[in-house]
Design a protein around this ligand. Structure first.
Ligand code: ZN
Ligand code: ZN
Length: 360
C-alpha cells in the first residue's frame, strides 16, 4: 500500500478534492492508523474559507478530529495509562508540544507552545503527508500520547473528543470546582456549548442556562443538561437576554459565564456575569471592544486554547462513564462518506448540524 484517499483543500473556498496521498515510512515510535471516523469542527470551515492566522499553506488534508484503528506500529508503544498499544486498538491521540520552549518547560503551559504540532493544517505534499483526519489513513508521530477508546464510546464521539470536548475539559479544569448553588450561563449551542452544558450539570451547577440558536440545536442542548434555553432567533435584543439571566439569578448575574460562540458575544456575556464571577472564553473568531469600566468587579477572565493530553483522556472518560445520564449520540447529527466531504463542510458552515461525521 503506497497511498490512500484523502479530502484535500487545494484552494480556499473551492470544493475539496478527493486525492491520493502517499503513505509514509514509519519512523521509530510512530503509528499508521486506519481511520474509522472524523468529525468536522468550525475551525475546519474557517481554514477552508481562508488561511487561519495567515500561516496555512495549501494543499492540506482537512480535519483534526480523528478516531481510528492501529494498522501498524514501528516499535513498542504504551498508551497514556501505561498499557501496551497493539495493532487493532481503537485510539485517539494528543497534539505534541515541543517540551523545551519557555511555555513548555518554565511556564508549564504546553497548549501555548510555539512549536506545537496539531492536525488539519499541514501541507500534504510534504513528509509525513497524512496529518489531516478526513483521510483513509493518518500518521501518528512518535511524541503523540495515545488514548485507547473504550467500547462504550462510539468512534464519532471519540473523534469529537479529540478537539471540541477536550477543549471543554481544559476550560472546566481552569474554572475549578463548581459549587452546588452556582448558576452557569453558556453562550452558544454548538458542539462546545452542548458538551459544556453536560459537564456543568455533572460538576454540580444548580442551574445551567444556554443561549443559542437555531431551535433544533437548543433541543439537543436541553437533553444534555441545560435547565433552560434562550433562542437568539426569538429574543433578538441583547438587553432582554441579559434581563433573562438576571431574572434567574436574583438580579446578580451568573457565577460563571462560558463563551463558546464567537468573541462578538463577550460584551453581552460580561453583562450577564455577577461581580466576582468567572468568565471563560473558549469560542474563537470575531472581535469586540470591551470597556474595562463596565467589567464586573473582582471578576476573573479565563481563556483556553486546545488541551493537554490529560484532557483528551478526561473527555473520553466522561463520554464512557456518563453515557447513562446524557444522550451523547444526539450530539453527532449527520454521517457522510468521504466522497460527500463538501456536503458535510457546507452543512457545518450553514449551522445545519451540530457535528457532522465522516465515516470510513
Ligand atoms: Zn476542532
Ligand atoms: Zn514548547
Amino acid at each position: 500500500m503506497d497511498d490512500c484517499r484523502a479530502a484535500v483543500i487545494t484552494a480556499h473556498n473551492k470544493p475539496l478534492e478527493i486525492q491520493r496521498v502517499p503513505i509514509p515510512e514509519l519512523e521509530p515510535g510512530s503509528l499508521l492508523v486506519k481511520m474509522v471516523a472524523s468529525t468536522l469542527c468550525g475551525t475546519d470551515v474557517h481554514r477552508w474559507h481562508g488561511p487561519l492566522g495567515g500561516s496555512d499553506s495549501l494543499p492540506i488534508i482537512t480535519g483534526h478530529e480523528p478516531c481510528g484503528i492501529v494498522e501498524e506500529i514501528n516499535g513498542d508503544r504504551t498508551d497514556i495509562l501505561g498499557k501496551p498499544v497493539k495493532k487493532g486498538d481503537r485510539i485517539v491521540w494528543s497534539y505534541v508540544a515541543c517540551g523545551s520552549c519557555y511555555y513548555c518547560s518554565v511556564a508549564v503551559q504546553p497548549c501555548i507552545c510555539r512549536g506545537r504540532a496539531s492536525w488539519g493544517h499541514n501541507r500534504c505534499d510534504q513528509h509525513p503527508y497524512l496529518l489531516g483526519s478526513v483521510s483513509e489513513y493518518m500518521y501518528v508521530p512518535s511524541p503523540c500520547l495515545i488514548i485507547k477508546v473504550p467500547d462504550e464510546v462510539s468512534s464519532p464521539l471519540a473523534a469529537a473528543a479529540a478537539c471540541a470536548y477536550r477543549t471543554v475539559m481544559h476550560g472546566f479544569d481552569r474554572l475549578g470546582a463548581i459549587k452546588d448553588h452556582e448558576t452557569v450561563v453558556i453562550q452558544g449551542s454548538g458542539p462546545l456549548g452542548t458538551f459544556s452544558a453536560a459537564v456543568a450539570k455533572d460538576h454540580g451547577a444548580k442551574q445551567v442556562l444556554v443561549i443559542g440558536a437555531p431551535a433544533h440545536r437548543l433541543a439537543v442542548t436541553k437533553k444534555m443538561g441545560a435547565d433552560e434555553v434562550l433562542d437568539l432567533d426569538v429574543v433578538s435584543d441583547a438587553k432582554d437576554r441579559v434581563s433573562w439571566v438576571k431574572d434567574r439569578t436574583d438580579g446578580r448575574g451568573a457565577d460563571i459565564v462560558i463563551q463558546v460562540a464567537n468573541n462578538m458575544a463577550v460584551p453581552e456575556g460580561l453583562k450577564m456575569l455577577r461581580d466576582g464571577g468567572q468568565y471563560l472564553d473558549i469560542g474563537a473568531g470575531g472581535d469586540a471592544n470591551i470597556s474595562v469600566n463596565s467589567m464586573p468587579q473582582e471578576m476573573t477572565y479565563l481563556t483556553v486554547r486546545s488541551g493537554e493530553p490529560r484532557h483528551w483522556l478526561q473527555a473520553i472518560d466522561f463520554l464512557a462513564s456518563r453515557r447513562d445520564r446524557f444522550p451523547f449520540d444526539e450530539m453527532i447529527s449527520k454521517s457522510y462518506a468521504l466522497d460527500q466531504v463538501n456536503e458535510a463542510m457546507a452543512a457545518m458552515a450553514n449551522y445545519e448540524v451540530v457535528k457532522p461525521v465522516i465515516n470510513f
